[in-house]
Design a protein around this ligand. Structure first.
Ligand code: HEC
Length: 145
């Protein structure tokens, strides 16, 4: 009868591999979250995805970021529902304000920005999708937190 040689505990030998794998995963996560222009870090609804496409097709993204960075215009990240400082007052960025900001942007001018945005004539559907997109970029804190 062969003497059964108990295997050395391989789990310890495998641990450097585990560390490497974890490092790889972490790198991917950090890269995904840290990139400004990469894929969306937020989860978009179906309407939000359509809104993102509208924003791309209409050229809004030339002046607005979805990631928090200042551009020619203010970022869209966290905008929906926030308090916005305007030239001559403050307002809450509710849907009425957001819609007005797109179709009649010269009415409310965000403090610190030039009054240069053109009014956009979007279809009601495009506008709805855009607003949904803005909401997706401003996730509400969980109730009770
Ligand atoms: C040429 C640059 C430019 C383009 C293109 C542009 N915007 Fe703007 N937008 C601005 C600037 C500058 C402001 C801030 C001044 C103001 O309120 O008018 C602004 C303000 C806004 C605001 C209000 C932001 C806030 O913080 O309250 C919204 C919403 C908005 N834009 C949406 C859009 C959408 C949607 C499009 C495309 C259909 C678009 N913008 C295209 C420059 C631009």
């Amino acid at each position: 009868m062969d003497r059964f040689a108990p295997p050395t505990r391989r789990s310890l030998l495998a641990s450097p591999l585990v560390v490497l794998a974890l490092a790889a995963v972490l790198t991917v996560v950090v890269v995904a979250c840290g990139s400004g222009g990469g894929g969306p870090a937020v989860k978009l609804s179906a309407a939000g995805k359509r809104g993102q496409t509208v924003a791309g097709n209409k050229g809004c993204v030339a002046c607005h970021t979805s990631t928090g960075g200042r551009s020619t215009g203010p970022t869209w990240k966290g905008l929906a529902g926030s308090t916005v400082k305007l030239e001559g007052g403050t307002t809450t960025a509710d849907d009425a304000y957001l819609r007005r900001s797109v179709s009649d942007p010269r009415k409310d001018v965000v403090a610190g920005y030039a009054n240069i945005m053109q009014p956009y004539k979007l279809t009601p559907r495009e506008l709805d999708d855009l607003i949904a997109y803005l909401h997706d970029l401003s996730p509400k804190p969980k109730p009770g937190s």
